[in-house]
Write a protein that binds this ligand. Structure first.
Ligand code: OSB
Ligand code: MG
Length: 374
């Protein structure tokens, strides 16, 4: 069924987080979320979410740069290219360097549209094989080890299968070993968001290596695959790359250099479903497990994350957790819920499989733009 794209609608929503989320690069208290809606000429539409942050600290993109790239380049290029399927979007936009969160926002919306037109749940349409996905949580930096331990206990009781702790220099081994000593049996990992340096911090990594962690996520700078490879050689704990992997090519470089043993895939960071699917298939050939990362998404991005997580290479629990951990009221219906076994059941409705609350989106919108694609 060929697509005939008619227009793109952009909305920026302001969504306060229930609780502040702190990482090595800063504190987030509310999200500015760009929602993309693509319309087909037959009236069908699909939704995507831009996962760029408010600042260029996680990667180079921001909410404002993504909006500009979508409006000034992606939309006009799609209008010219006349794409007839979501799989063609990558080629149509290949002249754009980086800016993959902007691309991913639109690409995922077009996948939702196409799956809806085919009347199939997006996860099945993508080739997903799992009816249920395994969930973990990411816990932000906390003021004290005791406060952190309380948060961990709460998430373990909720059933989450893997707990990830954010770390940064000065807030690392003390916090991690405190949690580990109280929970010797849980699946635990840490995420540094690029905050360390190999030579300066090697002693710290050796201590973390004794904490029985599932992985150490993105310890070093995003561009530094060479030092990640050196670090991995010193550690029995797998290094997991997040920020470093923006494409299938990055994934290939990382695996050829043996810079990691696990990969985190984020739809936004890699530019959408096509690239994400290619990366997980490539990683599977190397026996490298992958999992779905999160960017504090609203329900729309979360629904896309669930669809992606059903692909066969996603063998580890992701940072895909319940809507209620983030939002008083999510913009999808029903909200994403997690079972007491720490799983999310893939939806059975077409496309992303959740109803989008258009009225709530309208209420939360602080900026709007509509761009014709004809
Ligand atoms: O590194 O995984 C990360 C949030 C914002 C930016 C980067 C990261 C994160 C998270 C949160 O860890 C995951 C989530 O709960 O959405
Ligand atoms: Mg990360």
């Amino acid at each position: 069924m060929k697509l005939q794209l008619e227009k793109i609608e952009l909305r920026e929503l302001e969504m306060p987080l229930k609780t502040r989320f702190e990482t090595s690069f800063g504190v987030t208290t509310k999200r500015r979320v760009i929602i993309v809606r693509v319309f087909d000429r037959d009236g069908a539409s699909g939704y995507g979410e831009c996962t760029a942050m408010e600042h260029p600290f996680y990667n180079h993109e921001t909410v404002d740069t993504s909006w500009a790239i979508i409006s000034k380049f992606i939309a006009p290029m799609l209008a010219t290219a006349c794409v007839s399927s979501a799989g063609e979007v990558g080629d149509a936009l290949s002249a754009i360097q980086d800016n993959r969160m902007a691309i991913g926002a639109v690409e995922t919306a077009i996948w939702d549209l196409e799956a809806k037109k085919a009347n199939v749940p997006l996860w099945q349409y993508l080739g997903g094989t799992k009816k249920e996905v395994n969930c973990g949580v990411s816990i932000g930096l906390q003021k004290s080890p005791e406060i952190l331990l309380d948060k961990v206990a709460h998430e373990v009781e909720s059933g989450y299968q893997r707990i990830k702790l954010k770390i940064k220099p000065g807030q690392d081994i003390e916090f991690v070993s405190f949690v580990r000593s109280h929970f010797p049996g849980i699946t635990l990992s840490v995420d540094a968001n690029s905050a360390y340096e190999l030579e300066r911090d090697i002693e710290l990594f050796k201590k973390l290596d004794e904490c029985n962690l599932l992985m150490i996520e993105q310890p070093l700078a995003a561009g530094d695959l060479v030092d990640h490879a050196k670090l991995q050689k010193h550690l029995k704990t797998p290094v997991c790359l997040d920020e470093s992997i923006t494409s299938l090519m990055d994934a290939r470089h990382a695996l050829e250099l043996e810079a990691c043993r696990i990969m985190n895939i984020k739809l936004g960071r890699v530019g959408g479903h096509s690239e994400a699917r290619a990366i997980q298939a490539f990683a599977a050939k190397y026996n490298i497990p992958v999992w779905c990362g999160g960017m504090l998404e609203s329900g729309i991005g979360r629904a896309h994350n669930i669809a992606m997580s059903t692909l066969p290479g996603f063998t580890l629990p992701g940072d895909v957790s319940a809507s209620a951990r983030y939002w008083e009221e999510d913009i999808i219906e029903p909200p994403v819920v997690v079972s007491s076994l720490g799983t999310i059941i893939a939806p059975t409705n077409p496309g992303i499989g959740y109803e989008v609350k258009e009225n709530l989106i309208e209420k939360l919108s602080v900026k709007r733009e509509s761009i014709s694609l004809t």
